[in-house]
Design a protein around this ligand. Structure first.
Ligand SMILES: [Zn+2]
Length: 62
């Protein structure tokens, strides 16, 4: 059984948009790409598991 290296127990992640600095709490395993609510910049792309984050991760939430 392969174990993914990029796993986290956190379900939600606080990220900061690299473009407009908007801080947003997002689901760590989204089924769709995550966009900044302010400027529309892609914050993370869906990868089937833990998202591939483009935005700066501020903190991991429970
Ligand atoms: Zn933004």
């Amino acid at each position: 059984m392969p174990i993914k290296k990029r796993t986290t127990s956190s379900k939600f992640v606080e990220v900061e948009c690299t473009k407009c600095k908007n801080e947003q709490v997002v689901f760590s395993k989204p089924s769709r790409d995550l966009k900044c609510l302010v400027c529309g910049e892609t914050l993370a792309t869906s990868s089937g598991g833990i998202a591939d984050f483009k935005a700066k991760i501020k903190s991991l939430l429970e």
